[in-house]
Design a protein around this ligand. Sequence first.
Ligand code: COA
Length: 419
Amino acid sequence: MSSEQQVEIRAVTEGEQLEWLRCSRRTFLYPKTVTAEHVEHRRPTWEGQRLTGAFDGDRVVGTYRSWEWSLPVPGGAGHSVLTDHISTVTVAPTHRRRGILTRMITADLSAARERGVPLAYLVAGEAPIYGRYGFGAAVAGQTLTVRVPASLAHVPTGTEGIRVELVDDADLRAEAPVLFAAVAAARPGAVLRTERFWDEALGLAPGPGDDATAARPALIARDASGAAVGVARYRAQESWQAMRHDTTLEVHDVFAATPAAQAALWQHLLSMDIVDRLRITERPLDDPLPELLADRRDALAGEGSDHLWARLLDVPAALEARGWLGPAGSCVLEVHDALGIAGGRWRLDVADGLATVTTTTADADVTCDVGALSAAYLGETSLVALAAAGRVRGDAAAVGRLSAQLAWQPTSWPTIGHF
Ligand SMILES: CC(C)(COP(=O)(O)OP(=O)(O)OC[C@H]1O[C@@H](n2cnc3c(N)ncnc32)[C@H](O)[C@@H]1OP(=O)(O)O)[C@@H](O)C(=O)NCCC(=O)NCCS
């Protein structure tokens, strides 16, 4: 038996969860000791999720976690697909490069396809890992740093009617989850949030070692009727040098129901006293913030990167589930999948904002690997750009039309999120 076959891949029992968590945190170089308390804290999150381990004898040498969860796709609120979310992917440094990840991920993707799940989704720790398994970089994120004070040159109609209140994180528990769900539903690729996420994020379920006394300021924007229409959450990194402040506000969550509510939140944050800069994380690439500023160079984009990677498992189901903005038209699309999960040739008819996908033997107009189509599926990555990189083949007019059809213009800009 080869050494990699001696490693068994299987579901983790409750009694093995501590070693499983230890393996993942050690591999991610987590700087603290993992205890049974950490497992207890994670257990509500793991409820209903699949925890897989790679076992060398009774030692855990690999971890993998996946679960089904809805993902917003192009088409506006109401368009979503059940998606295999994947996280906690590690293989111990002692066992790397023996095919253990390949065994864990191919089994999971095939099983998800068997269950009828059309898409898989993950945050890639390193860009070269997941392309070989058919994933494509679908949703980018960026960090914006804005010098404060900065003035807004433009504000959308209605901004003056929004009132901004300063509260603590925990005060958001009733209103923020409902508001976020509505805002994120209209943002393809936004990571939806569970009740448990909110309890942890708002400090209501502190984990071992968490500082329960840390200040957790937040803003809530209300319209004239008093309804919550926007939220921002931040932490101050305060510093003083020779009696002068040098303070960064880490804005780690912003979402709003309307452009006016969003602008009102920025207006407040950009004019705060004793703040020198905002550092705003996980922003979509099309964030309108720089367009609001009197000097758009006050907002510096940095640390931009591919963020979330998608993987089509069922091409017809996924394409028919999303909405289509672009021109009506038809093409024959051939998709290759080295893992044998999602390949095929289909006729794609786009009309009236919907697609119909039917199997065909006609010659293909556009051919690509599943990773390229997966990258373009959520409407952000250009198929034309993928063709320019040699990842999509076909007549330029057919590729151009399909690219325009796949593209999407989001109308909400929540924090993209991660998991
Ligand atoms: C990334 C990781 C899970 C890979 O596990 P593994 O069991 O070593 O992967 P495999 O042996 O199945 O590798 C399969 C292929 O992917 C390649 N590969 C794996 N990790 C890679 C990486 N980080 N960069 C480039 N290529 C990588 C391997 O070289 C191998 O290529 P080959 O088939 O051409 O030989 C593991 O190295 C790890 O835990 N790293 C640290 C934590 C981490 O980054 N996790 C992922 C977070 S999203």
